[in-house]
Design a protein around this ligand. Structure first.
Ligand code: CTP
Ligand code: MG
Length: 223
């Protein structure tokens, strides 16, 4: 079974509001990746993680709705516990995606699912095209050919994701994505390069860029 989890429980501090519910082109931001997940037809279940029960009534699509936590990691853990309670088994594949990455593609979904099926875990992302310094007490130049910027979707065998979360709770480990949870368990996730424009809406400026790209018909060029 394939399950998709769309994380939309953040409160958008850097944006200054719930960016996932902004209306662009007549529809809310989260609906862009959600409709691509639905169109693939390969997910038996789609779980949408929301900031509170009050937001349930905003959602028109027929998906499963749950309330997330105060950090992304907590929202992902709550979704994992929900899946555990509702019959997902260790071998099932779980795809996790940020609701504020609107340009998800069907091709990207298939590629990362395939990679996780073989390896247990896989993430989409891209190699840095900027020069990268580690900014510690002293500054160190990193080899950008070895710097991979993780994006979503990320896909896991459910058993690994569950173990990753359990270990993080036990060890008090905090992180900003889900692949880092299973990396600690000795899993070697496969890196899938996103050769499409997989932007994340973080700030108001990103939303402006999203609007411009939509106006220029980028979606039809991507799919
Ligand atoms: N997310 C979530 N639960 C949280 C925090 C984040 O489900 N407690 C989701 C967001 O809704 C978003 C994705 O994780 O789709 C990526 O997070 P980010 O871009 O950081 O969004 P926010 O956390 O909302 O923004 P900020 O960090 O500026 O507060
Ligand atoms: Mg955040």
């Amino acid at each position: 079974m394939n399950i998709a989890v769309l994380l939309a429980a953040g409160n958008g501090e850097r944006f200054g509001g719930y960016k996932q519910f902004e209306r662009i082109g007549g529809r809310m931001v989260y609906t862009y990746p959600l409709s691509v997940l639905q169109e693939t037809g390969i997910f038996q279940r789609i779980v949408l993680v929301l900031p509170s029960e009050k937001h349930f009534e905003l959602i028109e699509e027929s998906v499963e709705k749950i309330v997330g936590g105060s950090t992304r990691q907590e929202s992902s853990r709550i979704a994992t516990e929900y899946l555990q309670k509702t019959g997902v088994v260790e071998e099932d594949l779980v795809l996790i995606h940020d609701a504020v990455r609107p340009f998800l593609t069907r091709e990207g979904i298939f590629r990362v699912l395939d990679a996780a099926e073989k390896n247990g875990a896989a993430t989409v992302g891209r190699y840095s095209t900027d020069t990268v310094y580690f900014a510690g007490e002293t500054i160190t130049l990193l080899n950008r050919e070895k710097v991979f910027l993780a994006e979503t979707p990320q896909v896991f065998r459910f058993g690994l994701l569950k173990k990753g979360h359990e270990a993080a709770v036990r060890d008090g480990y905090r992180t900003t994505d889900d692949i880092s949870l299973v990396l600690r368990m000795g899993v070697k996730p496969q890196l899938v390069v996103s050769d499409w424009f997989n932007m994340k809406i973080t700030t108001r400026r990103d939303l402006e860029l999203f609007k411009l790209l939509l106006k220029n018909g980028i979606r039809s060029k991507l799919q």
